[in-house]
Every structure is written in structure tokens, then in C-alpha cells.
Write a protein that binds this ligand. Structure first.
Ligand SMILES: [Fe+2]
Length: 370
């Protein structure tokens, strides 16, 4: 299957799976060499040949909510800064002054211009070099050739995508759903470090085969064990995790069924980004590689304005619930990474219930030719 079903069809498929004790099955199993989770050379190739060449979400549009808002971080090893211009357009630049290379800003904030903290060379929000203190010391400086260096940037469906290959390179278009509802507002942003390879962290989002064993007291009492709908779109996937509340849809005429109260949609944006939807809420997770055995996990949580106004404690409870499950996943991720040193496995095996992971590894493998 390539393409996404309408919500009402997903609900029908989930109810059918519940009746049959079934789940979606992939077409094939997969073996992924354990060396691919520990090798610095493999990671270097993943960053330059996959990440840099793929339009990859850098931050949500709402991190750049108004002109002058900026957000800086390293993406696939490159310090970048995203900023919304006075014209409302989001741009991304390599985060280095064109004088002697100091980074212009870190983290997030709002500014009228990007001023280098070293000697105060000043760039406007569109990246042009506007001011050089004591410019008579640079008699040959062509200021028009010393603007910030742009990186290809596209804003699509609530996300700012960057592509780090040179302009004109053959890269895929940014399209398809992101899972982000434009009516949601940003309520929280955070960052944590997980001591595991970024692909191990990604895998944890992409199957429900572990729900009962890993999330015994969190997700399992409200969901199902090993019951997912798995779809693909391009290099990306969508995995549906139903809640028991979906049973209420049995009473609804099939084409009128609504999954919003009973399904979590997990969108995998290849290679390293997840959007998970919840009733009136969504979470964006970027799993940024930071060495072969470490992942910097950036998260943004969004919620519906009316729901926030009416029931902020309820929204917080929902977020806490998901965070409890995330802690369980993190413990498993770090256990796997430590366990790599056991030498027990030459490769890991992914079964038919783990089809979105198989799709992920196949995409990596096709791009890297190994
Ligand atoms: Fe999990």
C-alpha cells in the first residue's frame, strides 16, 4: 500500500482487527546488521548521504511564529539558524558569521537583526550583511557577497524543512501530510538526550508489538497489544495505535466514523521525525543523531486553543501520560544500545508486525547502497 486511507476507513480496519485478533502485516521480514548502530563511518554516511540530501523537518512553523523569531540548532552535524523575515518568509542559514565564523545565536528568541556577538557584524532577517563596525578597516570588503549562507528551506504543513545539499541538486519535493493540525497552538518545547543510536529510538515509535510488554501499566490498559494499521507514503510511514475508546465507533455508520477520539496516528517523516496525534493535541519529535550512540531528542507539544482554555489540567494530564510511556521506551532504547556490546547478535530481526521499521531500514539501505 502506498498512500493514506481516510480516517473512517482506518476506524473500520481497526474494528475488523479487534474482531479477528489481527493486525496489519508487512510483506517481508528484515535483518539489520548490528554494526549499523555503532559505526562512526556508517553514521557519517547516513548524515551526508541521507539527511543532507532529504528535506528534513528542522522545527515547527510555530517556533517561528512572527517576523524576527529565530531558532538555532545543529541538524545532521551542521549548525543552522532558522529565522522568519520581515516579509513573513521562513529562511534557514548556516549559523556562522561571514567575518570570523562565530555563531550568530543559539536556542530561540526574537530579534530585529542577527548581530554577531564577536564584533557585531549585523545581518538583516533576510540574511544580508547590513552593518560592519569601523568598516574603514575592510577596504576591499564586498558586503553584498558576505550575506549569511542560505540553506534550502521549505515551509510545508506546519513544518520548516531543510535540505543541505547544494542548490540545484536533485532532491525530492516536500509534500504529503505531516499530521500537524494547523488549528493547534504550541504549548511546550523541550530537549532530552537518549544514550542510544537514533535508529533505535526511531524504531520504538513504529510498531505496536511491544505495547503489552513494555507499556504494561501505561498504554496497554487503554490500547491493544500488537494492533496497528501501517501505511506508507513515499519514504514515510503512518502507524495507527488505537485506544479502546474506538469501540464507540461501532455504533456509527461506517462512512461517518471518526477516529479522533480513539486513534493515535504516528507519522514517520523519513528519516528522523515523528508527529503523533492525540485528541485535540499533537507532539513533534525530532531524533537528532549526536554520535553513533547518542540521540538528542527535541519535542514540541501542541494543543487545541479552546481545549486549553476549557481544561488545561486535562491537557497536562494527557501530556504526562504520554511522557510516562516515553520513559519506558527510553529505558528500552538505552538497554538495547548497551546490549550491543554483548556480541550476541550480528543482526537484528524485524518481523511482519514491524513493517514500518522494515520500510525505514529499506529506505536507508537503498540510499546508502548497503
Ligand atoms: Fe513504546
Amino acid at each position: 500500500m502506498d498512500g493514506l486511507m481516510d480516517d473512517w476507513k482506518v476506524v473500520g480496519r481497526v474494528l475488523d482487527h479487534i474482531d479477528k485478533g489481527a493486525t496489519d502485516r508487512g510483506a517481508a521480514t528484515w535483518r539489520e546488521p548490528v554494526g549499523n548502530y555503532v559505526s562512526p563511518a556508517r553514521l557519517a554516511r547516513e548524515l551526508t548521504e541521507v539527511f543532507h540530501a532529504t528535506p528534513t523537518p528542522f522545527c515547527p512553523s510555530l517556533a517561528l511564529a512572527e517576523p524576527g523569531a529565530y531558532f538555532a540548532r545543529e541538524a545532521a552535524g551542521t549548525p543552522l539558524i532558522a529565522v522568519r523575515g520581515a516579509d513573513g518568509v521562513a529562511r534557514v542559514f548556516r549559523n556562522a558569521c561571514r567575518h570570523r565564523g562565530a555563531q550568530l545565536a543559539c536556542g530561540s528568541g526574537k530579534t530585529r537583526a542577527l548581530v554577531c556577538p564577536y564584533h557585531a557584524w549585523t545581518y538583516d532577517l533576510e540574511g544580508a550583511l547590513r552593518s560592519v563596525p569601523h568598516i574603514d578597516g575592510f577596504p576591499d570588503l564586498d558586503t553584498s557577497a558576505h550575506g549569511l549562507v542560505p540553506v534550502r528551506c521549505e515551509e510545508h504543513a506546519g513544518l520548516i524543512f531543510v535540505t543541505q545539499t547544494p542548490a540545484g541538486a536533485d532532491t525530492p519535493p516536500v509534500d504529503g501530510p505531516t499530521g500537524l493540525d494547523p488549528d493547534l497552538t504550541l504549548v511546550a518545547a523541550g530537549e532530552t538526550v537518549i544514550e542510544a543510536n537514533w535508529k533505535i529510538v526511531m524504531e520504538g515509535f513504529l510498531e505496536g508489538y511491544h505495547i503489552k510488554a513494555t507499556h504494561k501499566d501505561t498504554f496497554f490498559p487503554r490500547q491493544y497489544d500488537n494492533l496497528n494499521v501501517v501505511e506508507r507514503f513515499g519514504a514515510n510511514s503512518r502507524v495507527v495505535f488505537p485506544y479502546q475508546a474506538v469501540e464507540r465507533q461501532r455504533a456509527v455508520e461506517p462512512t461517518a466514523r471518526d477516529g479522533s477520539g480513539g486513534l493515535t496516528y504516528v507519522y514517520h517523516r523519513f528519516p528522523n521525525v515523528i508527529v503523533a496525534t492525540f485528541p485535540k493535541r499533537a507532539t513533534l519529535v525530532i531524533n537528532e543523531p549526536d554520535g553513533p550512540a547518542r540521540t538528542r531528542q527535541l519535542t514540541w507539544t501542541f494543543a487545541d486553543r479552546a481545549t486549553l482554555a476549557a481544561d488545561r489540567p486535562g491537557v497536562s494530564q494527557g501530556i504526562d501520560f504520554v511522557n510516562e510511556g516515553a520513559k519506558e521506551d527510553r529505558a528500552v532504547n538505552e538497554s538495547i544500545q548497551r546490549g550491543l556490546a554483548s556480541g550476541a547478535n550480528d543482526a537484528f530481526t524485524y518481523g511482519l508486525f514491524e513493517g514500518a521499521i522494515v520500510h525505514f531500514h529499506r529506505q536507508m539501505s537503498e540510499r546508502l547502497g548497503s
